[in-house]
Design a protein. Sequence first.
Length: 255
Amino acid sequence: MVVGLFAAILAGAVLVFYIAQYRDSVNKDQQPVAVLVAQDLIPKNTPGSVVASQNMYTISKLPQSRVENGAITDPNALKGQIAAQDLYPGKQLTQSDFVSSKSSVTAPVTGYDRAISVPLDSAHGLIGYVHAGDRVDVMAGFNVIGNDGKTHPVLKTIMQNILVLDAPSSGSSSGLGASSQTENVVLQMTDEQAADIAFSSDNGKVWLMLRGGTGSLQHPEQVVTLDTLLFGVPPVAITNAFRKYEKQALKGGNG
């Protein structure tokens, strides 16, 4: 009888403990949790800093049972992250919705900025010497027909202090003819600059110049021709040629 009584008391204690645990679990599931929810469309590759600064999310309190795995509860968790996919309004923001900005060259590209890939050989692109995070100046060279009907080479620095987003660590080949092999260097610039460098790459020759670190200085962008290089005078032939085109453009505009 004593053993039976003890067993009954033990079973009752276990039942009470189980009911208490169940009640706590139910209360916990119903306890509201503040989570981040997309308020506007968050396009793929949007930096987390932009999501936070432009209030592209709202904070909603949801029952624990409705909170998704990995739900983001702290806006600071968005720092250094970018959206891995399009996130639509009403979507709970989770850790799996974002990836580290270091894994994507498009992370710093916002507003009018663009990322453009430029094919360059090892010499013109400083392949192996230019790395992601470096700053470069961009030169473009063309052959221009002057008023004398002859072709004149001309080179100009067209951009300065451009950020390198990605670059190969070294050339893909070596030995004879390796300098003619092209590699892609990804640069960050404005949409207008991107159009300029695309035109220059297709119709001329592009050079990259590696800049120094903080405090690097620069002269105004300049034009280099045979006149400027050998005689130190303005590029007369090229200037005259462009004046001719300018007059034709103005005449056409007035017409």
